[in-house]
Design a protein around this ligand. Structure first.
Ligand code: PEP
Ligand code: MN
Length: 354
């Protein structure tokens, strides 16, 4: 391979695609060729070991697949990335010179595995992309990234959404606040989005990919397969390389960098106005909590319990009514009043037990 791997992963946007899993030599070679043909993809992906929820499903082709990946890279010039979940996987990936790895959502949850993987990879210089854990825990996700950075490895972050109990529009709802928090914690580490595992279907891919771009993510990883309907895993979310090409054409790339934002004067004025409102909101919150303290003191004197369910319902319902009028979402106002109420209770609790 001619281009050094570091410069490939530093490309923006970084675009990665390939099948959920390597299945046969033909499937892999045909998919890789068709992806190469789009001219849009920087790196290929394929699972060699697949973590499956239940036994009896396709658990990955294993070592023979690594040779196919090597051959596909030789032919297309595109490097591959592979998921590793054990030190045995790391040994094999190094043996076949796979240049980049990722850590799957079911591995990121376990600090023992993550630490072992970091130690196994130490000194190799292999970039490690860390998928979010299946549960929405920013500390667990960060901790895994820190373990790889701590081992001196170049790291990346992949947002693939968070497990959902029951059925919803998405297989793994995105909970965008978490990847935003990761960007805040690791501004230098590339953060890419995996719309395929968020959606679990084909129809929502573009919407999620566009949101990721709008939020300033550094790239996308999208599953593609030469015959998606016949895929041995994740068939419903995979698309053909031709569909991938069309999807990438529809995305509107936001290219203005944060280093030249000062030239956008109207943006600055809007932000200034927002800062003034935030200050006022904080002053009002503080006044509201002073009232909570006074109420707490009164309740203490008169032996009245802190929580009055009817009172909270009354506040919440009035808030929801007004929210409609003011164009605020029900979800936001419900969350807002719940947090506000909890804080009020804490204030009163403190006053009562002083
Ligand atoms: C995958 O990328 O195919 C995969 C198994 O992903 P995740 O770990 O996000 O479920
Ligand atoms: Mn998959």
């Amino acid at each position: 391979m001619s281009t050094p791997i570091r410069s490939i992963i530093e490309k923006r946007p970084l675009l990665i695609s390939g099948p959920c899993g390597a299945e046969t030599r033909d499937q892999l070679m045909q998919t890789a060729r068709a992806i190469k043909e789009t001219g849009k993809i920087d790196m290929l992906r394929a699972g060699i070991w697949k973590p499956r929820t239940k036994p009896g499903h396709f658990e990955g082709i294993g070592e023979p697949g690594l040779q196919w990946l090597q051959d596909a890279t030789t032919e297309t010039g595109l490097p591959f990335m592979v998921e590793v979940a054990s030190t045995r996987h790391v040994e094999l990936v190094l043996k076949y010179q796979i240049p980049v790895v990722w850590i799957g959502a079911r591995t990121t949850v376990n600090p023992f595995y993550v630490q072992e993987l970091a130690e196994a990879l130490k000194g190799t210089g292999v970039p490690v992309f860390v998928k979010n854990p299946i549960n929405p825990d920013a500390d667990l996700w960060s901790g895994a990234v820190e373990r790889f950075l701590g081992a001196g490895l170049p790291a990346g972050i992949i947002h693939r959404g968070f497990a959902l109990y029951g059925n919803g529009l998405y297989r793994n709802p995105p909970m965008w606040n978490l990847p935003i928090e990761m960007k805040r914690r690791f501004p230098e580490v590339p953060l890419i989005c995996d719309p395929s595992h968020i959606c679990g279907n084909r129809s929502e891919l573009l919407g999620i990919a566009q949101t990721a771009v709008d939020l300033g993510m550094d790239g996308l990883m999208i599953e593609s397969h030469i015959h998606p309907d016949q895929a041995w895993s994740d068939a419903r979310q995979q698309i053909t390389p031709a569909e991938l090409n069309a999807l990438l054409d529809k995305i509107i790339w936001r290219t203005a960098g944060i280093d030249n934002l000062s030239q956008f004067q109207p943006l600055q004025s809007l932000r200034d106005e927002m800062d003034v409102l935030d200050l006022q909101l904080l002053q009002i919150m503080s006044k509201r909590m002073q009232l909570a303290d006074a109420i707490g003191a009164y309740k203490k004197l008169n032996n009245i319990t802190i929580v009055q369910v009817e009172r909270f319902n009354e506040i919440l319902n009035r808030g929801l009514e007004l929210a409609k009028k003011f164009g605020l979402s029900e979800n936001f106002i419900r969350n807002y009043f719940e947090v506000l109420h909890m804080e009020s209770i804490e204030h009163q609790n403190k006053v009562m037990n002083e």
